[in-house]
Design a binder for this molecule. Structure first.
Ligand SMILES: [Ca+2]
Ligand SMILES: [Ca+2]
Ligand SMILES: [Ca+2]
Length: 167
């Protein structure tokens, strides 16, 4: 008489038991193996996570916990930190690993090119002139009634200019 070796439900983790002659065979579901399907296959064994990601074994699957700056199932994707256009004033963004660098347009500075450089800081104008900061430039202006290049002349009459030249 053939004993049913499957009667004691020897297959674990959802495996299907096939009764044989004086033995049994387990057909395991995906993710398990071993004679009685007792072994949870380590899907992390092949180091599937790239770029320093940490692998967490699951049932017939793995999960990667990516380090900052990478994404994707296997952390293969370098996150584009420039995607949000972080650089101000038409600065160029260079993507890095979990970082970005802004290359600023002329006349701007700062980590995100947020600063309009003050071209008047070096006092480029003459004594009487007033410096007005521009974008990568400056202009020197005279007080009302005076004119360039040295803010000497008063624009009142040609007589004054004549007087000036005759001194
Ligand atoms: Ca597993
Ligand atoms: Ca990046
Ligand atoms: Ca400026």
């Amino acid at each position: 008489m053939d004993i049913n070796e499957c009667a004691s439900s020897p297959c674990r983790n959802g495996g299907n038991c096939i009764d044989g002659v004086n033995n049994f065979t387990c057909t395991c579901i995906d993710g398990y193996n071993g004679t009685t399907c007792q072994t949870d296959i380590n899907e992390c064994a092949s180091d599937p996570c790239q770029n320093g990601g940490a692998c967490v074994d699951g049932v017939n699957r793995f999960t990667c916990n990516c380090v900052a700056g990478y994404s994707g199932i296997a952390c293969r994707t370098d996150v584009n930190e420039c995607a949000s256009h972080p650089c101000k004033n038409e600065g160029s963004c260079v993507d890095g690993v979990n970082s970005f660098i802004c290359v600023c347009a002329n006349g701007y500075s700062g980590a995100i090119c947020q600063t309009d450089i003050n071209e008047c800081a070096s006092d480029p104008c003459q004594t009487r002139e007033t410096c007005v900061d521009g974008i990568n430039s400056y202009i020197c202006t005279c007080p009302p009634g005076f004119f360039l290049p040295n803010c000497l002349g008063e624009v009142v009459s040609s007589c004054f200019i004549a007087h000036l030249y005759h001194r």
